[in-house]
Design a protein around this ligand. Structure first.
Ligand code: G6P
Length: 467
């Protein structure tokens, strides 16, 4: 195969000094590109005001060329804040109540995808394989095809895909489904997402399942598959072990003393179930007086998408809630919840995961959730912590050793916290080993390989546009 061309909204250009950028998607894709060589194109994260954005900024680092474009203020507002994060994000996370449709935003989304296609096309060579990531860029393949590109183009959705009844509330659902049909491979995190997608094709007779993972829709045949994203398991485990000696991690350990640490790390997002989790923690403390003063819940929650009103409101809500619980339950020498509302370096996070007796990952809905996987990889094999995981995270399909909870069931989650904290060492070890074995086998390299094998290995006219 030729080079790999990756396109995603965010492009994590490595910082000087080589400190790993935060976020699973960033880490995962960089590994693939370094091996294959190629281009990573996307938004620079900057605005050009109301002026037409300048030519692509290109930066070559080793095997990878990063190609970045600015967007205008209007583009950012309509495409990123508007349609991607106020329509597609809530819809894909089953939050119809939060979706704010607007024709202007929809038009902006399709316009920016066309703009991306025009900027990308001159960089693409005929035998390059293009891999597009996430909900911001669904219409990209259709635009590239329109410009005559015949390359293999794959799409991977990092977030959940909803059932037809949810998706079809979106006025442009048909254009979105049509957009996906222009890819050669459409990849999802779990079988549930793929089933939902197949259900969307069946409903309204948009398309058919042809067997062997092939689907037809809008006159095209493509593959639909499940590719659960993993992490750099071995490297992260090593990273976490070393991080134990980090100054901040050491200071945290000292400040916690003999208390048990419960840890949660999530972007500030309504899909993460943070308020339900704090409720559950409060319930757990109230129901277990013996735990008063003996447990610390550290919730690290970097700000995210603060320009979107729902996120701004949530920021206030969580801060108030954490303050209220601390005020009600705390003592002069004990703060039950340590709430940090900014991002923390990955090297510190890794060490904190390892300190955590319980890892709380309780999203209301999540495509995969790599924090769950990183928490497991970071554990000390001789004394591992317990992962308390939402059954509605994609990771729940992969991590059999976790204590699964329904995050809507506050009492059930509180009981699971108690169970996790009192779990015998042998059970913790057994559960951890099942998960770690899985993560070592299904790491991020395997995920890339599986997807790219499907994308590049397709042969025969069955995959091509029918004449
Ligand atoms: C999720 C999405 C990513 C996105 C990330 C951060 O993980 O799947 O595509 O980059 O959130 O969100 P942001 O809006 O800051 O890019």
């Amino acid at each position: 195969m030729g080079r790999l061309v990756i396109v995603s909204n965010r492009v994590p250009v490595p910082a000087k000094g080589g400190i790993a950028p935060a976020g699973g998607l960033a880490v995962a894709l960089k590994v693939a590109l370094e091996e294959q060589g190629g281009v990573w194109m996307g938004w620079s994260g900057k605005s050009s005001g109301e002026h037409e954005p300048r030519a692509l900024a290109q930066l070559k680092q080793g095997n990878i060329t990063y190609a970045l474009t600015d967007l205008t203020d209007t583009d950012v507002e309509e495409y990123y804040h508007g349609f991607a994060n106020r329509v597609l994000w809530p819809i894909c996370h089953y939050r119809l109540d939060l979706a704010e449709y607007g024709r202007k935003e929809m038009a902006g989304y399709f316009r920016v995808n066309r703009f991306f296609a025009h900027r990308l096309a001159p960089l693409v060579k005929p035998d390059d394989v293009i891999w597009v990531h996430d909900y911001h860029l669904i219409p990209l393949a259709a635009e590239l095809r329109q410009m005559g590109l015949k390359n293999r183009i794959g799409f991977f959705l990092h977030i959940p895909w909803p059932p037809a009844d949810v998706l079809f509330t979106m006025p442009v659902h048909e254009e979105i489904m049509r957009g996906l049909s222009h890819y050669d491979v459409v990849g999802f995190q779990t079988d549930h997402d793929l089933e939902n997608f197949a259900g969307c094709l069946r409903r309204e007779g948009i398309g058919d399942e042809l067997g062997a993972g092939r689907y037809s829709a809008y006159g095209r045949i493509f593959k639909g598959g499940t590719y659960a994203i993993g992490i750099e398991t071995a490297a992260f485990a090593e990273f976490a072990k070393k991080a134990s000696t980090n100054k901040t991690v050491k200071k945290t350990r000292e400040s916690i003393g003999n208390r048990s640490l419960i840890i949660g790390v999530d972007r500030l997002d309504y899909s993460k179930g943070i308020t339900q989790r704090i409720d559950a923690f409060e319930r757990f403390i109230l129901a277990n007086p013996a735990q008063h003063g003996h447990v610390t819940y550290l919730q690290i929650t970097p700000k995210s998408r603060s320009e979107v009103p729902e996120y701004e409101a949530m920021q206030r809500m969580v801060a108030e809630q954490a303050g209220r619980v601390n005020g009600a339950l705390g003592a002069v020498d004990w703060v039950p919840i340590r709430y940090i509302n900014r991002s923390i370096g990955r090297h510190i996070l890794a060490g904190l995961y390892r300190l955590g007796k319980v890892g709380l990952v309780t999203p209301l809905r999540d495509g995969m959730n790599l924090v769950a996987k990183e928490y497991v990889a970071a554990q000390n094999p001789d004394d591992p912590g317990v992962l308390l995981l939402s059954r509605f995270a994609g990771a729940a399909r992969n991590l059999n050793g976790a204590l699964l909870v329904n995050p809507y069931d506050v009492e059930g989650t509180a009981n699971a916290m108690a169970r996790a904290l009192s779990m015998p060492l042998e059970e913790r070890k057994a559960r951890w080993k099942t998960m770690m074995d899985h993560l070592l086998e299904h790491d991020v390299t395997r995920w890339c390989q599986d997807f790219l094998d499907d994308l590049t290995g397709m042969t025969g006219s069955a995959w091509l546009e029918p004449s």
